[in-house]
Design a protein around this ligand. Sequence first.
Ligand code: ADP
Ligand code: ZN
Length: 624
Amino acid sequence: MSAGAPASPLDILGEVFGYNSFRGPQEAIVNHAVAGGDALVLMPTGGGKSLCYQIPAIARQQAGHGVTIVISPLIALMHDQVGALHEAGVSAAFLNSTQTQEESSALEKQLLRNELTLLYAAPERINTPRMKGLLSSLHERGLLSLFAIDEAHCVSQWGHDFRPEYRSLSLLHESFPDVPRMALTATADALTRQDMVERLKLEDAREFISSFDRPNIRYSIVEKTDPTRQLLRFIETEHAGEAGIVYCQSRKRVEEIADMLQDAGLKAMAYHAGLDASVRQQRQDRFLRDDGMIMVATIAFGMGIDKPDVRFVAHLDMPKNIEGYYQETGRAGRDGLPANAWMVYGLQDVVNQRRMIDTSEVASEEFKQVMRGKLDALLTLAEDTHCRRVSLLRYFGEDSQPCMNCDNCLNPPAVWDATDAARKMLSCIYRVQQASGISFGAGHIMDILRGKATDKVAQYAHDKLSTFGIGADLAEAQWRGVLRQLIAKNMVRVDSEAFSTLELLPDARAVLRGEVSLMLREQAPGAGRKKRSSKPTKTSVKGMAEASLNAGALERLGRLKAWRAEVAREHNLPAFVIFHDATLRAIADKAPQNLADLEGISGMGSKKLHAYGAEVIRVCTALA
Ligand code: ADP
Ligand code: ZN
């Protein structure tokens, strides 16, 4: 950037980051922050939040306002985030507990000399006396430009990543009321939003709410029958050799699934909070750095993972709520290319999630109530027969039209009238309870309905009940579907303390009296679904890449990737930090002969052009 007149946000976007236009509300946010306003930014994962504070940080530092402090919970990722800024030619650093006394002092001196544009720090760091002292010194010198609070939903217990350290961030406003603040999050349900505003004292901040749609992500939710086989088939048919994340509920399950994928010859690793911090860091680095790696993880993994080419996120167990589901699936396809969000779920998931809420000893009754409501919303989504995206976006307060890029749109599920079946099931639960004085679990209730003469049926003489065998016409899978719905609609309760037995809730009366009808998804997997998953979809990423590049370009792309891998290794950074796949593809396609040919390629900022341009030309023009 030329010295003298301060660069405009658009200049910075182009020169530093190599992009030619802002996305969605980015420009308005940037302008507001450059002018010193407080902002609350709600944008989906992958929407482009980082630039919202990085560009104001650059502009304001050039205008003499000093450093932007970025508060982020992601200590393990700070190295890569700062590395990415260095690659773009921005002076940035992070403060963390691994640094020596000398390193910290050197950083502090740099800050006081106004030499840093961005400083990343963890929230617990902000509260230390040393940091408070440093911030005050900077403030006295007029060198405290902006506070950017990333993952701001962590301040709220209603969000899904509550971190108590975030609570102390209200101190930023109390101590430095004149320093502008920007809070950013991808979680936006009304309750969390309101809590965030109050806790961070952002009542006067301007709210910027983006559309939460991620049009390149295809949502599918299928019934869990044989999860390991289903997962393997999904990966093999749709994502062979591609990077993805598989979420499971428990550590044990994570280990099992990772082993299973490895046995099947896939590149997979396990990640959960039970592993040593050093092992976790190592695996996270490998996931970011290696091509086509699958991370099998608990939800301990993923926050802030900005790997752009994650092609799929699979849930083998149901998350706790829609916020969690959306955040986790949002880690797919940040580069805007097609990606899959795929989940299997079943009755056991419903039972497990309910139990976790009901038996929590730390949560208050009010909290449990909120969590039950959130779980119900997710169940409703899973059982939905209409466009998944419409339902998801509605949950975040947005209206939309059917998307033609989710399982329900592409392959509308058959529905059947389950009103009568639901009534049979409810009366069976009622009769059994009445006759025996105790309640029973789902398996036994279904045996009675289907007229199965099991030992337990004989023991309690349940074959004498009027409901014995009245549901023999339906398959067990259908009954499970009915039961999931009844639980989702708050008509049946799974008693978590008493061996998951079933009990009626007051809302069941409406069905028993015939006041409401129940339309359900057909449970038997439709032929269409099988057909679709037996071969890659036509929008598969590989297919797209092959179709759009000719043989020469593909060959160049291969060489560029090999070159990038070398540079990334030398710099100890993930390959995408050097250049995104999309940038390499654009270069390969253009067959550049000289530096001028590289200008204007998306992702090619001036620092990168300067540092790598000649090499890129050499790689592209070298004889194969
Ligand atoms: P978020 O933090 O909201 O999840 P990021 O800030 O990581 O998203 O941005 C997601 C991806 O989109 C990044 O790879 C980023 O470089 C890219 N990106 C952001 N803004 C733009 C833009 N205006 N033009 C092109 N690419 C962009
Ligand atoms: Zn749809």
